[in-house]
Design a protein. Structure first.
Length: 283
């Protein structure tokens, strides 16, 4: 018997053209020596005997067929070193844009539920304008100290805004919409404006002295009463129950007006304090 990495075969012709049994000892021509060697046969000359063996390479190789969804049959025992294929991240593969997102949503439904499939196919593409009606109310701007300021000195402005989630119906489907502040548009009422990424904080929270500049402060050049306001811009995400999907664009929530009074400050040199001389200039 031959052993190699390929099939080795020994072909034994039990009959040849000419006299039958001449080589194999068919019938009475079979000697004892041929019987010992196992060469005696009753072959009539129409058969070929193939014998051989094959050694097995321990490397099983890989299959060109995608078997990621394959499950072992009952009672199957894995060979040593075998590990199951990793599961497919179906949602991770298709959550790239809205059209793919609809496919993800579609994949999450029961494939036998034809009515649900038709409803998912009916969802139109979502734009930022579709979400504007769910946006948070605008923020009211405040200035310190007490909505007043001094000419030539910084007035510190603040606006409160935070991430906000709304549960609603969109195109007949339940949806969650999440808004996140992205920018603050300050209008100070004197023709000047500023855009910041923060709503600001008090001088105390910033560990700063009063009338010092901040990221959201403004300095007025003349006394008077000014109407200030801040519009808050939000980015938006939607969730139909399978994860958050960002929507391109921003929603702006207009802020209510706030009156800011600006005064002039005058200094004078005096010989005594206001307690000592209440009638002194500036007292």
């Amino acid at each position: 018997m031959l052993t190699s990495t390929t099939v080795a075969a020994t072909l034994l012709l039990t009959a040849v053209w000419g006299a039958p049994g001449a080589l194999t000892g068919v019938g009475s021509h079979c000697s004892k020596e041929l019987e010992v060697l196992g060469l005696c046969s009753t072959n009539t000359g129409t058969e070929i005997v193939i014998d051989g063996s094959k050694s097995t390479d321990p490397d099983r190789g890989t299959s060109p067929i995608d078997n990621s969804d394959w499950t072992p049959p009952p009672g199957w025992t894995p060979p040593p070193g075998w590990t199951p294929p990793p599961p497919r991240d179906e949602f991770g593969e298709c959550r790239m844009d809205w059209d793919s997102y609809r496919l993800c949503f579609n994949a999450a439904q029961d494939p036998d539920d034809e009515e649900a499939q038709e409803e998912i196919a009916a969802i139109p593409a979502i734009t930022i304008s579709d979400l504007a009606r769910f946006a948070p109310d605008g923020s009211v701007v405040a200035a310190e100290p007490d909505n007043v300021g001094v000419v030539g000195l910084p007035t510190n402005f603040m606006a409160a805004a935070s991430t906000h989630t709304v549960d609603a119906d969109l195109f007949g489907f339940p949806v969650s919409v999440r808004f996140t502040p992205s920018a603050f548009d300050f209008a100070f009422g004197d023709g000047h404006a500023a855009i910041t990424t923060t709503g600001g904080a008090t001088w105390a929270a910033l560990d700063q002295a009063q009338f010092t500049p901040t990221d959201t402060s403004h300095t007025y050049s003349e006394r008077g009463t000014y109407t200030a306001n801040v519009d808050v811009r939000y980015t938006a995400e939607v969730d139909f129950g399978i994860g958050w999907l960002p929507i391109t664009g921003e929603v702006t929530s207009p802020g209510a007006p706030q009156e800011i009074r600006i005064f002039e400050a005058h200094t004078a040199l005096v010989a005594h304090t206001c307690e000592q001389a209440p009638s002194s200039p500036g007292c």
